[in-house]
Design a protein around this ligand. Structure first.
Ligand SMILES: Nc1nc2c(ncn2[C@@H]2O[C@H](COP(=O)(O)OP(=O)(O)OP(=O)(O)O)[C@@H](O)[C@H]2O)c(=O)[nH]1
Ligand SMILES: [Mg+2]
Length: 189
């Protein structure tokens, strides 16, 4: 199993492990490298065959190690190997297409029921690709009907309509705040 890590930086062993999941083409790799390099440096991406892993710093200096896992259906049975030790899930969903959105919801429900991810906080990223037909955060939460599935975990949503730098920054801030609030609630971290 081969994966990709572009960084020559030493990866901190104490970095917080995150997994980036979602359907093929939902925008995971583009998001990962937008966090790492900035939106203007990401020209395009190619489908991920297995995974990419990169160290990311949040604005407040939390070190993350983000595992971007292929959304190809053929990789689904392999992705569980990445779940153990995960402290945060980022799930990217294309909400511009109702069929893709329903499929993504079902996939997310399966992931959230995994025993290795039961209390792990979730940031749900709605990559709407266009302003048209996009949901705001509270509409999205209502539409997805995830209350009974997320249960005890902390979760938040962020909507990205244009994939611009401001939205990318907001998503990283939301992720950071979600992790911090989780750690405050369970200080043994
Ligand atoms: N216009 C537009 N294109 C996007 C957006 N997000 C991703 N893309 C493009 O959609 C394609 C797929 O994006 P990726 O980030 O590679 O998708 P992925 O989720 O990593 O897909 P897999 O690696 O196959 O699981 C790429 O060409 C991206 O540049 C977006 O918000 N707007
Ligand atoms: Mg990818």
């Amino acid at each position: 199993m081969g994966g990709t890590c572009s960084s020559k930086a030493v990866i901190s062993v104490s970095a917080t492990k995150l997994i980036l999941l979602g359907a093929k083409g939902s925008g995971k790799t583009r998001l990962l490298y937008s966090w790492l390099l900035g939106v203007s440096s990401v020209v395009d991406t190619i489908p991920t065959e297995s995974f990419n892993v990169e160290p990311i710093q949040t604005p407040d200096g939390i070190s993350l190690l983000v595992w971007d896992i292929s959304g190809d259906p053929s990789y689904k049975t392999k992705r569980r190997q990445f779940f153990h030790g995960t402290e945060g899930i980022v799930y990217v969903m294309d909400t511009s297409d109702p069929v893709l959105m329903q499929e993504a919801r079902e996939d997310l429900v399966t992931i959230l029921r995994d025993r290795d991810l039961l209390k792990v906080p979730l940031l749900l990223i709605a990559n709407t690709r266009s302003k048209q037909g996009s949901f705001d955060d509270s509409e999205l939460k209502k539409e997805l009907k995830l209350k009974s599935v997320v249960r005890e975990r902390r979760w938040d949503t962020v909507t990205m309509a244009a994939f611009d730098q401001k939205e990318v920054d907001t998503s990283l801030e939301k992720l950071q705040n979600l992790l911090k609030s989780t750690w405050v609630a369970s200080p043994q971290h």
